[in-house]
Write a protein that binds this ligand. Structure first.
Ligand code: ME8
Length: 645
């Protein structure tokens, strides 16, 4: 069965923000997930370009409407391309084929007797492109949805017999309890329909920026109501009204919408489809709003965060991960920089990134990077069973669009890997000459990472490919079949050394962080002032500073020093061809195997010193406070030997 997945088409009255990005990320992730499972998918997104709102925005910007629409539509398309969104089609409602499809649908509905001509007098909100009955207005004037002032419009209009479909809609909701997800949202829709549906005005004469009436109607005064025009994009994209070339994808499997436009998609849209004798979409997935300080983020409120700005600083895939992990689908979520950074550091950098670094380090040391799954089942049956049961549970979460639960569960396999390392301590097994056991643990973790990467790939497609490449396999339907469904293990291979993939975001926050994301941190200010004053008393010339040669180093080997509780002996690559031996007093804070393949900052021009009889040819930069010591590392991986200064 094929899967057709859609986003709403975005209005071209302003550029994309985080809310639009979220809808698009959800649709992209679900499409990639279905592809992974071997489904034939079609993913549609695009822009909604007609209506009074767009006409007015273009006027405000002093541009012809089409030119304005072209420009903004291109910003959406470019953004999705930059984010690697795997859409199959980007539709624009100003496309000729779309307009023809809309006219065709109008003719079919008219021929069926579902459209008739009358007069309409009502309160119209331009921003929402919707009429509201007087009873719904706030203070008799303001729009109940957006709070803006409405205006009274009396005009000749064609009406769609929405009232006729009231019972059919209610039947559909009750027979298809998963038609609206999350289910909690369905009640709002059902109550609205039960409250009685009025016929819907589907044309306008008060402006011209819209799809014209079909010629057969001989009524040039009217243009189509923007919501009729817009909703039909989901089928005109498949060739409706032209050649039906891709109508085999209809009905859509999942149509993503924000909760603000659920009513249009769960009431009007199914009624239009019934009128056209087409099946209804299987599922309307309605998500909540991204808010800023509790207020909906929107172009008109001007409180938006631009997805590109965030992605440029923190990485596009980190942004995807955060948004899909942070908020239960359907609920509102506040976009907080603090929460974002915490998730990068603790979940991506610590749980996932460190696990990969650890097995690269251990396999390098114990088996020249060779990973063999041959003994995994013998020594790690418990872990394999636990991992398989987590992996088996994931499908339900994705099918219910609960990406936060999907990711939360997926993360349990990293915990299984980390725990196995602690419990089985391969470095101890190596000392006890139980190499097969040590290597089985390393291979277990490699398999955990491989399988988790497959399941994480719909959310983080690029970075999981890098992990898969390091583990010598490809993420696709056949590896999904083998490693996930058939529960096979990786074949014998050599792991590739890759630099740390998820650098931590260190405090203080990056200065180039999008302004809208910055939060004030009054508490720490005092401390900084004090520290600054102390340093003023102890100033040096810049030349004195440059007498110290600081370089980025990569720790290639790390081992304990017999009889020393404090020292570790390290071999560090400073890009000089040969390795430097550095003896560092960091034993209390780091396990040697955790250091291998990590980057450090090294004082490179110190005179060699002897520590416990061993030569030390450098010093590592570290910071120590009452919470202990940590090494100072480059924020992003750099080549060994890169000068610091
Ligand atoms: O409604 N949080 O377009 P649109 C989360 N053209 N999602 C948000 C959001 C927020 N703060 N703001 C917007 C339209 N969105 C119509 C759709 S479809 C036939 C026509 C998301 O540009 C949400 O999915 O105003 C919303 O429904 C969508 O962007 C489109 O917003």
């Amino acid at each position: 069965m094929s899967k057709y997945i859609t986003t709403p088409i975005y209005y071209v009255n302003g550029e994309a923000h985080i809310g639009h990005a979220y809808t698009t990320f959800m649709a992209d992730t679900l499409t990639r997930y279905e592809k992974l499972k071997g489904e034939d998918t079609y993913f549609l997104t695009g822009t909604d370009e007609h209506g009074q709102k767009i006409e007015e925005s273009a006027q405000k910007n002093g541009k012809p409407t089409q030119e304005f629409a072209d420009e903004i539509s291109a910003t959406f398309k470019n953004l999705w391309d930059e984010f690697g969104i795997c859409y199959d089609q980007f539709i624009r409602t100003t496309d000729e084929d779309h307009k023809k499809g809309v006219q065709k649908a109008f003719e079919v509905m008219y021929a069926k007797g579902d459209i008739y001509k009358d007069f309409y007098e009502g309160h119209y909100c331009v921003s929402c492109e919707t009429f509201f009955p007087e009873t719904q207005l706030i203070d008799g004037e303001y729009c109940p949805d957006c709070g803006r002032s409405t205006s009274v419009i009396k005009e000749e209009s064609y009406f769609f017999r929405l009232s006729k479909y009231e019972n059919a809609l209610l039947d559909h909701y009750s027979q298809n309890p998963d038609f609206i997800l999350p289910r909690s949202r369905a009640n709002e829709v059902i109550n609205f329909v039960k409250g009685g549906l009025r016929d819907l005005s589907v044309t306008r004469t008060s402006f011209t920026w819209g799809v014209k009436m079909p010629e057969s109607m001989h009524d040039e005064k009217h243009v189509m109501y923007v919501w009729l025009d817009a909703l039909l994009n989901y089928i005109t994209a498949l060739g409706y009204g032209k050649d039906d070339a891709k109508m085999n994808y209809w009905p859509a499997s999942t149509q993503f919408v924000g909760k603000d436009i659920l009513r249009f998609h769960a009431i009007y849209w199914p009624a239009f489809l019934m009128s056209l004798d087409l099946p209804l979409p299987k599922q309307i997935g309605a998500h909540g709003w991204w808010t800023r300080d509790g207020e909906k983020m929107s172009k008109s409120k001007g409180n938006v965060i631009a997805p590109k700005e965030v992605a440029d600083v923190y990485g596009a895939e980190n942004l995807r991960y955060f948004m899909l992990r942070e908020v239960p689908f359907g609920q509102d979520g506040d976009f907080s920089q603090r929460a974002f950074i915490d998730r990068i550091n603790s979940e991506l950098s610590n749980d996932l990134g460190n696990l990969l670094n650890r097995i690269i380090g251990m396999s390098g040391k114990y088996s020249e990077y060779e990973i063999d799954s041959v003994d995994v089942a013998k020594f790690h049956k418990k872990e394999l069973d636990a991992m398989n049961s987590v992996l088996d549970s994931l499908d339900t979460y994705m099918e219910n669009l609960q990406t936060h639960r999907y990711l939360e569960e997926l993360w349990r396999v990293f915990a299984i890997g980390n725990k196995a390392i602690e419990e089985h301590a391969p470095w101890v097994k190596m000392k006890e000459e139980k190499k097969d056991e040590a290597l089985a643990t390393v291979a277990l973790v490699a398999n955990i990472l491989a399988k988790a990467s497959i399941m994480l790939s719909p959310v983080m497609p690029k970075i999981t490919n890098v992990i898969a490449d390091a583990l010598n396999f490809k993420i696709d339907n056949s590896s999904y079949q083998e490693l996930i469904l058939d529960k096979k293990l990786l074949k014998l291979f050599n792991i590739k050394v890759v630099p740390p993939l998820f650098p931590r975001v260190e405090e203080p926050l990056m200065p180039e962080a999008p302004k809208a994301m910055l939060e004030t941190k009054p508490k720490e200010e005092k401390k900084e002032v004090k520290a600054e004053k102390q340093e003023m008393d102890n100033l040096i010339e810049i030349g004195q500073f440059f007498e110290t040669s600081l370089k980025v180093g990569v720790i290639v080997e790390a081992e304990e020093v017999p009889k020393s509780k404090k020292l570790l002996k390290l071999q560090v690559d400073l890009g000089e061809g040969t390795l430097r031996q550095v003896v560092a007093g960091i034993r209390e804070y780091y396990e040697p195997q955790d250091l291998v393949n990590t980057q450090v900052c090294v004082v490179a021009n110190l005179k060699p010193a002897k520590l416990m009889g061993m030569t030390s040819e450098g010093m590592l930069l570290a910071a120590k406070d009452e919470d202990g010591l940590c090494l100072v590392r480059p924020e992003k991986p750099k080549k060994a030997g890169t000068p610091i200064g």
